[in-house]
Design a protein around this ligand. Structure first.
Ligand code: NIG
Ligand code: FE
Length: 425
């Protein structure tokens, strides 16, 4: 087999090239090349440009050829916020919510995250792995090539370690890249509720028993906290994230999802990689994000699934200069979807982002959110050859067609990892 691959026939090749994360007007810059081509050597992009430019290079003659037949090609989606490993759906809560119960009411009665904790603790590592593996195949089938994965449904030492070890095994056992995040601070688990100063004791367990072990075994890159009423306060979040940093884990946060807590300001203060959700941010938070390097990751799948009318203020954030990313938040409680194309549709129709802005937010900016911008998120020389090819005539049709998967082929590090029947012929 040739170690070089020449990809041609992209009617629109969205390179997303350029310096720095995309803010303001630059967010809609796709680096679009018509009749584009790519030369890949050992999984890395060796040349990119028009077909004529790339084919002018002599090494293309001996390369293996892949013609994508006039379709649209772009960097594989970077899904920078998921709760990948969980045991089961919570369809029963979905029905209760439709009948009028709120997400927080269900959580207060022991449902919600604690429901998933019960289910995960009762599941074997093998069962969890099978479910996550199947989900990863679906991620790939929708054009995603990198997935961030959070723990947070174990909430005891053994179960959290079980999940984080699964992230590592899954990363080694299938082609998608997995970026592991420790979310021990999702909620305080039930067994601590009756204890005196239960949350304090639980935070101590995170600091003394879990973080050192996670660092020693290199089981996570990031530490996340669900900073929310009913979960962790700003003060508690600060303590946990600082402890995480001492063990080498960079901070990121769930911020201002159901109420405005001040989490965004903390994320900025701690120079967190991202603060995610942001439905309830105020004007000051938006201005502060506009001047910050901390990514604003929007998760419109949650509001859609929960039937909430208030989406995050994407337009105001973009106008203020915030670095906006988009992710699925794949999880059984608030956003059971693996589909980045669906998230793009929601971003366009509900957040009023343009298709170009949504694509940049789901690729290059999301790569910044995972601090992987040197490797992924755009099609530039030296980066991994991670691509999604869509069966559309124009990139705007990716969000335009909703609820249908038009991903035709997905390539990770120069290897085809998903192909529709038609693309295999
Ligand atoms: O991102 N907000 C906290 N975590 C998830 C929901 C978790 C759940 O309900 O299981 C989220 O929305
Ligand atoms: Fe989440």
């Amino acid at each position: 087999m040739a170690d070089s691959l020449l990809i041609t026939g992209a009617s629109q090749l969205l390179t997303l090239g350029g310096r720095g994360p995309r803010r303001g007007n630059f967010l809609s810059n796709l680096g679009l090349v018509e009749n584009g081509a790519l030369l890949v050597r050992e999984g890395v992009i060796a040349a990119v440009g028009t077909r004529a430019q790339v084919e002018a290079r002599p090494e293309t003659r001996t390369a293996e050829k892949l013609d994508v037949g006039g379709r649209v090609a772009l960097p594989g989606f970077v899904d920078s916020h998921t709760h990948l490993v969980h045991a089961a759906s919570r369809a029963e809560e979905y029905e209760l919510r439709i009948q009028g119960a709120s997400y927080e009411e269900i959580a207060r009665k022991g449902g919600g995250i604690l429901n998933s904790v019960k289910k995960l603790r009762g599941a074997t590592a093998d069962e969890l792995k099978k479910r996550a593996h199947a989900a990863l195949k679906q991620f790939a089938a929708h054009g995603t090539t990198t997935v961030e994965a959070k723990s947070g449904y174990g909430l005891d030492v053994a179960s959290e370690l079980k999940v984080l070890k699964l992230h590592k095994e899954l990363a080694a056992g299938q082609p998608l890249e997995i970026v592991s995040t420790f979310l021990g601070a999702h909620v305080v688990p039930e067994e601590f509720h009756k204890k005196k100063e239960g949350s304090k004791q639980y935070i101590q367990l995170l600091e003394e028993n879990l973080l050192p072990e996670i660092a020693a075994r290199k089981l996570a890159e990031f530490c996340d906290v669900f900073c929310e009423r009913g979960a962790f306060s700003v003060q508690e979040s600060k303590r946990i994230l600082q402890a995480g940093r001492q063990w080498g884990l960079a901070p990121r946060m769930h911020a201002e999802q159901l109420s405005r807590t001040g989490a965004t300001r903390l994320a900025i203060l701690l120079r967190a990689a991202s603060c995610d959700h942001l439905e309830k941010v105020n004007r000051g938070d938006i201005q502060a994000l506009g001047k910050s390097e901390t990514l604003a990751t929007l998760l419109p799948g949650c509001d859609f699934h929960l039937g909430l009318k208030k989406y995050a203020p994407a337009r105001t954030l973009i106008d203020a200069g915030a670095i906006v990313a988009l992710a699925t938040d794949y999880n059984p409680g608030t956003s059971p979807t693996v589909s980045m194309p669906m998230i793009l549709s929601l971003a366009c129709s509900q957040l009023r982002m343009t298709p170009a802005e949504a694509i940049a937010a789901a690729t290059i900016n999301a790569a910044y959110a995972l601090r992987r911008e040197k490797q992924i998120g755009s099609l530039e020389v030296g980066k991994q050859a991670d691509l999604a090819v869509f069966e559309v005539a124009d990139y705007r049709e990716i969000p335009y067609y909703f609820g249908v998967n038009h991903c035709w082929m997905t390539v990770k590090r120069g290897r085809v990892i998903h192909a529709t029947k038609d693309s295999r012929n």
